[in-house]
Design a protein around this ligand. Structure first.
Ligand SMILES: Nc1ncnc2c1ncn2[C@@H]1O[C@H](COP(=O)(O)OP(=O)(O)OP(=O)(O)O)[C@@H](O)[C@H]1O
Length: 613
């Protein structure tokens, strides 16, 4: 029972979210099925009047009958037209509402995903909740809204039928209400069980489908034939399919038995109502027209609990997805725009200081970086080196303000980064990450995306073409209208790039941005060694006069940096120029010599340590 209430509450909360944004549309969307349900009352009243008129005027001339019958005929015609119009309007409002609501909720999800701290966005649990909310907004929402509107229509239709039945006698109305509610409850319970036993939701159903599909794949058939295992797999599939079929048939039989009982209940109700009405007809308490419309209404009412159970069953199943959606939107309120509460950074960045900074990933047992104290300066190129997992990428994300330290502070020009306006700050930052985004944009839009006049040195096509050529992407910059080339296969005429080409494109974008700070996190991990040297030269000129930090496992890059930071055991183990660190003969020197040994003749490579010392 609690689960039914929870699901209903989730659907109500979802509707509340939509009402807040689209109050008029939601009212219209609910009023149309409501009116369309109630239309049965004027229709039945006109029918009754027509029948009674026909009986009262029987035997009189045709013009007198017509004169008496035109008001109910007119009502009947108007109510029928209204019923058709309401049905059309319901389709329109349902579709319109579903589209608008989906757009609104997807935008809300997107806004929350954008403002969430990066460490949260990277956690698998958050990502799972985000994808479930997106799926609910894209797929389940339409079904939920259609189901809700249909439930409203059927509820008011049943209410209208009960009002019509009351014209026969109030006991008929009460009996109709009681029988309908009992039938509805039983049907909904069975419908939910049938839905839960659906193929996609049961292990046997899913396995049967999976096995059947596998048995038609050439690779599987080839493998199974070699092992003489086709009959074994067929038996497996047959067993699963049979178990599923047995469950489904059991429900079908129960449905059949239930339908017979419900049919019988309505039949008893029909005869009981007829008996009551004939008695009242004899007492002249009701007319023949009333008897006819009540009889007809009870016949019609039989179908309502059945249709309602379909809608409610569907809402029950999709209530879980509504809960995912509501939970995500309610628990991830976007932070207010940072510029409203923070200081503007109105001077060029000259230092970024790590003041006793520690960082621990959510749920981790220990700090990935601990007690870092280091100041990075403009005009200085710093290489970050260290083993896999030493925390280099984490350092870069902290430095760019993408992660918040769990202890200590990051100071930009002496100001705590948390107190600075993020928009202002990010105008002075530029970065290339290992996993650069593959956006479906044109080449021109990709390299200039998000830039403004203050951050872009130029968005002149010549400059872009030169930069692409400098980054080894001559093939993307040559030819007429080359910069309009569409990227990724999402476009019918788009072009997919290799991993290295995407990285080169990301470097071009960073280079075209006239930022004060630039961070490159293994920008050349997918780039071939010969192209890397050319890129390195380009990057050296790019670093001029900037606060530049780069991560690279190739120590040939690090050797020319002004400063090298070696991360080890969560701290900065070594800090100095290449010459100073070689002289110190520590971790960096060992790694450098180990790498250098690969390029020395074989005999020497076998004993790199001896050669080095
Ligand atoms: N989102 C995350 N959640 C939990 N732990 C993480 C997350 N990202 C990274 N880590 C862990 O933090 C440590 C440092 O990761 P980081 O990516 O900073 O290392 P790195 O020095 O850049 O490594 P590599 O040289 O392999 O790129 C690793 O042990 C990694 O498993």
């Amino acid at each position: 029972m609690t689960l039914y209430i929870q699901r209903a509450a989730s659907i109500m909360s979802l509707l509340k979210l939509i009402v807040r944004k689209h109050p008029i549309l939601t009212c219209l969307w609910l009023i149309v099925p409501l009116l369309s349900g109630f239309i049965i009352i004027p229709l039945a009243a006109a029918e009754r009047q027509l029948i009674d008129t026909a009986i009262a005027y029987a035997g009189l001339d045709r013009s007198s009958i017509l004169q008496a019958a035109w008001p109910p005929l007119l009502t009947l015609a108007a109510a029928s037209v209204a019923a058709v119009l309401f049905a059309m309007m319901k389709k329109l409002t349902d579709t319109y509402m579903a589209n608008r609501a989906a757009r609104q909720l997807l935008t809300e999800i997107q806004n929350r995903a954008i403002y969430v701290p990066l460490e949260q966005l990277e956690s698998p649990e958050y990502y799972d909740r985000l994808s479930r909310a997106q799926t609910a907004a894209e797929q389940a929402l339409t079904s939920i809204l259609f189901g809700a509107a249909e439930t409203v229509r059927l509820t008011f239709s049943l209410a209208g039928m009960i009002v019509v039945a009351a014209a026969g006698h109030w006991t008929i109305a009460v009996l109709l209400f009681i029988v309908s509610v009992i039938v509805l409850i039983q049907r909904v319970r069975l419908e939910i069980k049938v839905k839960q036993a659906a193929r996609a939701l049961t292990t046997n159903g899913r396995m049967a489908d999976y096995l059947k599909q596998s048995l038609s794949e050439p690779a599987v058939i080839k493998e199974l034939s070699v092992f003489h295992a086709i009959s074994y797999m067929t038996e497996q599939w047959f067993g699963r399919a049979q178990t599923y079929e047995v469950t489904r048939n059991n429900y079908r039989r129960r449905e059949g038995r239930m339908a017979a009982w419900f049919g019988l209940s309505f039949l008893i109700l029909l005869f009981a109502s007829l008996a009551i009405m004939i008695g009242r007809l004899n007492q002249h308490a009701v007319t023949v027209g009333t008897v006819a419309i009540v009889f007809q209404t009870i016949l019609q009412a039989q179908g309502v609990p059945l249709q309602m159970s379909w809608s409610l069953g569907r809402l029950y199943v999709q209530g879980a997805q509504a809960a995912d959606l509501v939970d995500f939107i309610k628990n991830n309120e976007p932070t207010p725009h940072l510029s409203q509460q923070q200081d503007l950074l109105d001077e060029p960045i000259h230092t970024i200081q790590f003041d006793n900074v520690s960082y621990r990933y959510p749920g981790a047992q220990s700090d990935v970086l601990h007690g870092l104290r280091v100041t990075l300066r403009t005009g200085e190129t710093t290489a970050l080196v260290g083993d896999n997992g030493a925390g280099k990428s984490t350092f870069v994300k902290l430095m760019l303000g993408l992660f918040e330290p769990t202890a200590g502070r990051i100071l930009v020009n002496g100001h705590d980064i948390r107190t600075l306006d993020q928009h202002c700050l990010r105008q002075q930052l530029s970065a290339v990450f290992q996993d650069c985004g593959h956006y479906p944009l044109t080449v021109r839009d990709y390299v200039t995306a998000g830039t403004s006049s203050t951050t872009t040195a130029t968005s002149d096509d010549n400059e872009i073409e030169q930069m692409l050529a400098a980054c080894g992407l001559r093939s993307l910059s040559e030819g007429s209208n080359a910069l309009a080339l569409k990227l990724t296969n999402v476009w019918p005429d788009g072009r997919e790039l290799s991993g290295g080409q995407w990285q080169r494109l990301a470097i071009s974008r960073a280079a075209l941005r006239s930022s004060r700070v630039i961070a490159l996190d293994e920008p050349t991990s997918a780039i071939d060694p010969s192209g890397e040297l050319e890129l390195y030269r380009m990057c050296q000129s790019l670093f001029q006069g900037k606060l530049a930090v780069f991560v690279s496992h190739r120590l040939g890059w690090a050797r020319n940096a002004d400063r090298i930071l070696v991360l080890h055991n969560s701290t900065i183990a070594e800090d100095g120029s290449h010459e100073q660190l070689m002289e110190r003969n520590g971790l960096y020197a060992d790694s450098f010599r180990a790498q250098a040994a690969w390029y020395e003749p074989t005999a020497e490579r076998q004993q790199p340590d001896t050669t080095a010392s």
